[in-house]
Every structure is written in C-alpha cells, then in structure tokens.
Design a protein around this ligand. Sequence first.
Ligand SMILES: NC(=O)c1ccc[n+]([C@@H]2O[C@H](COP(=O)([O-])OP(=O)(O)OC[C@H]3O[C@@H](n4cnc5c(N)ncnc54)[C@H](OP(=O)(O)O)[C@@H]3O)[C@@H](O)[C@H]2O)c1
Length: 352
Amino acid sequence: MNKINCAVLGATGVVGQHFLKLLVAHPTFEVTAICASDARAGKKLSEMKEVVPGGIPQEFADLVFDPMDVDILASKNVQVIFSGLPADVARDVESNAAQNGIKVFSNAGSHRMDADVPILIPEINHYQIELLRIQQQKKQGFIACNANCTTTGLTMALLPFIDLNIKRMVVASYQAVSGAGYPGLPVMDISNNVIPYINNEEPKVCRETGKIFGHVENGTIIPREWEIFAHCIRVPTIVGHMISVHLELDGSTDYDTVAGLIRNYLPPAEVAGLPTAPEKPVLFTEQQDRPQPRYDVDLGTPERAKGMAVIIGRLEVNKNIVRFVTLSNNLVRGAAGGSVLNAELAYRLKLI
Ligand SMILES: NC(=O)c1ccc[n+]([C@@H]2O[C@H](COP(=O)([O-])OP(=O)(O)OC[C@H]3O[C@@H](n4cnc5c(N)ncnc54)[C@H](OP(=O)(O)O)[C@@H]3O)[C@@H](O)[C@H]2O)c1
C-alpha cells in the first residue's frame, strides 16, 4: 500500500519529537517533511538536539527542515499535517493548510473552540468527526484538534462513569514540567517547589470537557453542561499529569458498582483495532500507593499504544460521592499519540 505523505510541524519540540517516534514504521503515514522555526530551514533533523529519549529516530535523521510554508508542503504532496506548534504560530499556519486541502491534526489550542472544529478523543466522541466532513465542504482540508493534555486525562478517566449522572466535579491536577514544552520551567522555579497556577489551564479544562462530551446539532457542537471546578498545579515531575477527581452524582452508588464499571469498560467498535488505540484505554489499580508517574506513565497495549492508556486508582465511593486519582501521559495520550489516533480514525472513516 502507498503510504500517505505527512509533515510534522514543530519537529524540534517535545510534542514534535513524540510524533516522530510514533510515526516510525507506521502502517498508514510516512513522514516526508518536517518544519520548525525559520532558523532550522535547510538543516537536517540529525543536527537537532534530542529533547525526548528516542525523539530523533534513525529512520528520519536525514530529513531536511522545510521553511514553514504551506505552498512548499503542498508541492511535496503532503496530505496530512501533525502539528506541535505554539498556539500563536499554529493559528494561521493550520488555517492556511486546511484551505490548501491538507488535513491537519493539531495539538495547539488556537482552533479548539472554533464552532466547526471537533476536539477529538475517539473513545469518547468519534461521532464528532462528522464536523470534519462539514469543514471539507467549505475548504478542501480540515482541522481536527486534540484536547489540552490535562483535559485529555480527565475526560478519558470519566469514560466509565458517564452514565452515573454526574452533577458536579471538583478536580486538582499535579502536572509535569514537560507540559510546558522544551526547555520548560527554569530549574530555579520548579526544583523543590510546587506552583499552584498554570496560565489559562483551568478555563481550558472546564470548557474543553463540556465540548468533548457535547452533541452535534446543525453542524456545531452543543457542549454538555457540567459544573466543573479545577485547580491546575505544576509539580517537579518530568512526564505524566496526575489528577485528583471528586464527582458528585445525582443518586447513590457503591464501590463494587463503580469498580465494576471501570474494570468492564471497553472502547467503542469504531476505535478498536486502530494501530495506536490501546486495547484497554482505562486501567484500574487497587494498590494503595498507585498510580505514580515513575511507574505508570507508559501504560497501554499493544506496543504502539504505550502511553495511550490512562489509569485510575485510590477509588473511594460514599453514596453520591465518587473520588479517585488518575494519571495519563501528557506527551503521548495528551498530545502526539492523541493526534495520531485521530488521524487513524479519519483514515478508517475515509476522510483521508
Ligand atoms: N507539552 C505538552 O504536554 C503538550 C500537550 C498538549 C498540547 N501541547 C501543545 O503542543 C504544542 C507544542 O508544544 P511543545 O510542548 O512540543 O512545545 P516546544 O517543546 O516548545 O516545541 C515548540 C515547537 O514549535 C516550534 N516553533 C516555535 N516558534 C515557531 C515559529 N515562529 N515558527 C515555526 N515553528 C516554531 C519550535 O521550533 P524551534 O525549536 O525551531 O524554535 C518547536 O519545534 C503547543 O501548542 C502546546 O500547547 C503540548
């Protein structure tokens, strides 16, 4: 089979280099172009600093950076873009690419709240992919976003509970420094420290969660109305966002019921078998001191889905209150892996 040519934008960054890792020997997509800031144009990937372990795969070492120019990418027959650009840069680049017929899978926040752009998490809202068809009627290509990395971990962990009539949720995150990109926070700020504020993170968690679980009506998404209170906190870990979640339900339940829901949760058929889809997207531990970023950040099978599963632990249920701690890989499930899975779903549904 002829593979689909794709470009990785932001290929020197932590998300970009995770894209490169995940796209080695991918059955559908072939990385044929890379871009970053202007100064990189003409240089080889092998000349760059590896900012994540294995982030400059041998297979792509000889690729040469193109200028960030959609016309050049289109002339190289790039059909798919995986974007790990900062939001201010991504806004115009991604719009231009979609206008030029390229299918964009983005990690940037710039287009997430656009009315016709879905924030796709296939296990939750594969049905929102219909918005991509609507975009394609207006322009040749489309933009599909994935969520902010904390929102992804939270919404994935909510999957088994979705029929429990959640009235209100209170969440507090413990977010790793890689969430801020490379080189991240100055060591003087984050070593031996915890920072109880991440710019604009809490509003993103609240509004993106509603949109992700929303339904499609007249070509737009009607968000699910939930009362969400979020504190987002930076902690001195490298990878893995942990979230403490407190759900208030309309009605009572018990531990065995909730534990059974988590254990028995299976992904929808639309997603099953995609190359980067974890067989069990939501895992459960009853070990008292888990999950921990050091041990649980790369969960997921098969091999290609490592880092794509989230894990729930510390479950406590008291009548209408359900509490737990969840952990997800912010760079894989919360970023590059999420976009690759979205592209695989779009390919399965013949949008690419
Ligand atoms: N880190 C996470 O956990 C995470 C999770 C979800 C979403 N995201 C989002 O993903 C995007 C990338 O994040 P990151 O963590 O990978 O950031 P990063 O490590 O700082 O990488 C940023 C990338 O963008 C490139 N870039 C910067 N300015 C540019 C410009 N003017 N023109 C072209 N390229 C430019 C950089 O290239 P140079 O090296 O040449 O400057 C680099 O390749 C951001 O929008 C972020 O919010 C990140």
